[in-house]
Ligand binder design. Sequence first.
Ligand code: AMP
Ligand code: MG
Length: 501
Amino acid sequence: MSTPLFPFDNRYAQLDGLSVPWQPATVPAPRWLRFNHALAEELGLDAARLASDEGLAVLAGNRVPEGAQPVAQAYAGHQFGGFSPQLGDGRALLLGEILDLQGQRRDIAFKGSGRTPFSRGGDGKAAVGPVLREYLISEAMQALGIPTTRTLAAIATGETISRERALPGAILTRVAASHIRVGSFQFFAARRDTERLRVLADHAIERHDRDLLGITERGDRYLALLDAVAARQAKLIALWMSVGFIHGVMNTDNMTISGETIDYGPCAFLEAYDPETVFSSIDSQGRYAFGNQPGIAQWNLARLAEALLPLIDEDSERAVVKATEVLERFPDRFSQHWLNLHRAKLGLRAGGADGADGEADRALANDLLRLMHEHRVDFTLGFRRLSAVLRGRPDELRALWGDDTAALGDWLVRWQARAQASGEPAAEIADHMDATNPVYIPRNHLVENALDAAVEAGDLKPFERLLAIVTDPYTERSADALAALPGTPEQTRGYRTFCGT
Ligand code: AMP
Ligand code: MG
């Protein structure tokens, strides 16, 4: 066929020494698990052709499409605080880049396509369960308006891979604004390879921060790159915090320069509100607990800053002073986003800058969270059902709080006085809140059920149903009432997530 399946226009593969040319492994019996038609169309691709046998062969790694230049990307990273100078794409492969319908450059990459020079002891493969989890959660994040890598396809390979037990293998096709990570910079910084560090930084600027190209002083431009990444991450983490998302493995190799959420491993959503919540089986110290995420993001940005120092100023002390200034702004940046998002959740009109009003609104939000913590109230429903109070149905909210609703009652009085001070009709405020506070998030027990059915019985119906629910998160549907509820204590007690590597 003459037109290529993907109109590749590859840049990263051209950058000398940043990646290694490599080919995906072939697999015995590829079979569709899910194809993302809507995303294919958004990318300007021929969705029907991609969904055919030709697309299946390509997305399984059995046929390298015309124009692709598959490479494994080099990166390093701090994992749980300890530095590994060499990680890299051990089970991923960047096929190439395309321009989407908006003219945005997007990476098309595989996850689970076999060993690469970066695989170390690993097999380079992925299992059906974790691949479907990434599909589900990444598309749920997208529907919640949170920057994220996307999933174009999930394909069963027909292989059996060996983990704690034998599992069916799969390949995921990931679409990202780029796969440049904090750890990508750390890789070259650790080798004191300032030339490649600069090539990478220039590429990142061209890709994500073209407006910085106008800064003629190069050091200032790289400092501005750090600043831009910090700004995106402050917003991203505030968004995570606004929906109860716990990434679970915020290592520096899992933090993007683009500001997209990446690497859905042991991630999960909070149910009963508790900032110390940790689900990941490997996070025994609680380093990546829900409430630690802003601090960890800042710590990761400090690692990015360290890596960029030689580019920021040839005088290392001056470079440190400049980078530190940027890093120190992170808490305020995060706080401002957090405040704006929580104001929206509470139906409060943002009053401009974070002045006296801001402090009162922040206290209002924090007091609610403290009460939710004390009463183990479900984070998602605790916010969602506030609007029912404005609609004259306070019992829907009270039902979440058990018998002891006196403190809630006091808080509701304060909140309603503040919310209605604007003079906006209660029903309109309630409508805004319902467009902000989701009814449906990927509930942990439902995610597990859906993945179990797919893995153990080859039954994709629960997955399909849950995907449909979580990608339409704001409209309440009576048919999906059960999917809005947290798991029972038996279902949620001791819930653990795994990297699945
Ligand atoms: P992750 O924990 O998924 O972010 O991965 C951390 C590092 O381990 C990255 O360099 C991955 O490429 C590598 N890795 C994870 N799983 C595998 C695997 N099954 N085979 C080879 N490398 C892997
Ligand atoms: Mg990773």
